[in-house]
Design a protein around this ligand. Structure first.
Ligand code: HEM
Length: 451
């Protein structure tokens, strides 16, 4: 007989249940409910969600029974307003076709061709920092990393520099994400209420389109370049014979901005934060950079040798997973961990919680890159670590991130030490990605002198 048992719930207010805590600090609410109630938790109120923390349950939802757990229609709808038919929001047969079409452009070997582009973007950043080294003038690392990840993304997608578009697209994407997060967590859809907030959001979408459409059109006209958009324009699905239309390409590309810009910059930013708090780890990253790269410009051949740097990034994404909730909805009744999950229930996997599950992580709040040695990784439950998600909807851009990030971190750590400016309270802000809420000020020191 299947279970009729309901999962335990944190105490909540009458009618509104736990919505206040979730809206105020969703990660804090999830962590404290996990500590108090264990692996399956039911939140009450207008946001009816069940949180699954155990890797076995995560595997069931994202992989084994993924057909029973599509994205909630509301989440899909909110994402569709920005990315239309793009992978990020698509479902079913349409999603499968698009994923097949886009996948070859995201193979690691293809993305490795952009290593020189990423190295160049990082070299330019280092150059711009040279003037500030030892000057005592703090830099905002969060904003610098947003610029670096956007530069790298734009150059890989279009081989363009975006000197003029840069100032427009960055706030537009941020505005679109902020508003979408609010929509997803509000019981009443703010998009249905005309007013300044909605106007700002519509304006942001217009800006994104006004930058993307001409670039796509220009690629379609001229063709034959080696950027990612050209690869997508030329992609053909062998099974169905379909290709992407211009509108679909626009949708996919805006999805890459939504999914691939803040995520990468958030991983970079937390990494600098953690390295500033753990100077011994920074020393090891720098020692590896010197040993592998010497003082020459890195190439893609160096990537597999940057093992410690890669482990540091993995550990940074364990503590601060850039996307911190994966939302699904039970299509049919299910039983998970001995509890009844009714049809229609929203189910949340929160990697921030699973990545700190004490059954799988010793000293879960500690920063220890050695957790990611191949031996220790092989001994661990495969779903205890999932910054890029899991199952068929796993991130398509994981290699994009894991090619650019180790190269950039190694290059920067070889040249600079970044010290957190005293007196800042660093608070993670869970919007759509998990970033420090405020600017993150650091002082640059020449690595040689700081060592
Ligand atoms: C550190 C960087 C990144 C992290 C942590 C990350 C994380 C994720 C996660 C967790 C998902 C799945 C969400 C879910 O199951 O609900 C996802 C999906 C996706 N990501 Fe990433 N991502 C990163 C970088 C990128 C980049 C650079 C791109 C593109 C250039 C990208 C494009 C996408 C797309 C298109 C999807 C939707 C895939 C689908 O549903 O088929 N991501 N990402």
């Amino acid at each position: 007989m299947s279970s009729t048992l309901a999962p335990p719930s944190p105490r909540g207010a009458p009618i509104i249940g736990n919505i206040r805590e979730i809206q105020r600090d969703n990660i804090g609410a999830f962590m404290s409910a996990f500590r108090d109630h264990g692996d399956v938790i039911r939140f009450k109120g207008p946001l009816k969600i069940d949180l699954f923390a155990h890797p076995d349950h995560v595997k069931r939802v994202l992989q084994d029974e993924h057909r029973n757990y599509p994205r909630p229609v509301k989440v899909q709808g909110c994402l569709q307003t920005i990315v239309g038919t793009g992978l990020v929001a698509a479902e079913g047969g349409f999603w499968r076709r698009s994923r097949r079409l886009a996948q070859p452009a995201f193979h690691r070997e293809v993305l490795e061709q952009f290593a020189d582009t990423f190295v160049q973007g990082t070299a330019e950043l280092i150059e711009s920092w040279e003037r500030k080294v030892d000057s005592g003038t703090p830099i905002d690392v969060k904003s610098a990393m947003m610029n670096l990840s956007l530069t790298n993304l734009a150059r890989a997608l279009f081989r363009t520099d975006w000197s003029t578009e840069f100032g427009q697209i960055e706030p537009a994407v941020a505005e679109a994400l902020r508003y979408t997060h609010k929509r997803m967590t509000s019981p009443v859809d703010p998009y249905k209420i005309p007013g300044p907030a909605r106007n700002r959001f519509d304006g942001a979408l217009k800006t994104i389109n006004s930058v993307l459409y001409p670039l796509i059109e220009e690629r379609r006209r001229n063709g034959g370049s080696d950027d990612l958009v050209s690869l997508l324009l030329n992609a053909k699905d062998d099974e169905s014979g379909t290709t992407f239309t211009d509108d679909q390409i626009r949708d996919e590309v805006s999805g890459f901005f939504v999914a691939g810009h803040e995520t990468v910059s958030s991983a970079f930013t937390w990494t600098w934060y953690l390295l500033s708090r753990n100077p011994d780890v920074w020393r090891k990253v720098r020692a590896e950079a010197i040993e592998v790269l010497g003082d020459r410009t890195p190439t893609v051949a160096d990537l597999p040798k940057l093992t410690y740097t890669t482990m540091v990034l993995q550990e940074s994404m364990r503590l601060y997973p850039p996307i911190f909730v994966y939302m699904r909805c039970a299509d049919q009744d299910d039983e998970v961990g001995g509890f009844h999950i009714p049809k229609g229930r929203w189910v949340v996997v929160c990697p921030y919680v699973t990545h700190r599950h004490p059954d799988f992580w010793e000293n879960p709040d500690g920063f220890d890159p050695e957790r990611f040695t191949p031996e220790r990784m092989a001994a661990r439950h495969r779903m205890a670590y999932l910054p890029f998600g899991a199952g068929p909807r796993k991130c398509i851009g994981d290699s994009f991130a894991m090619v650019q990030m180790p190269l950039a971190v190694a290059m920067i750590a070889r040249r600079f030490r970044l010290d957190l400016v005293d007196g800042q309270t660093v608070v993670p802000e869970p919007a759509i990605s998990l970033r420090p809420r405020d600017p993150l000020y650091m002082r640059l020191r020449s690595a040689e002198e700081a060592h």
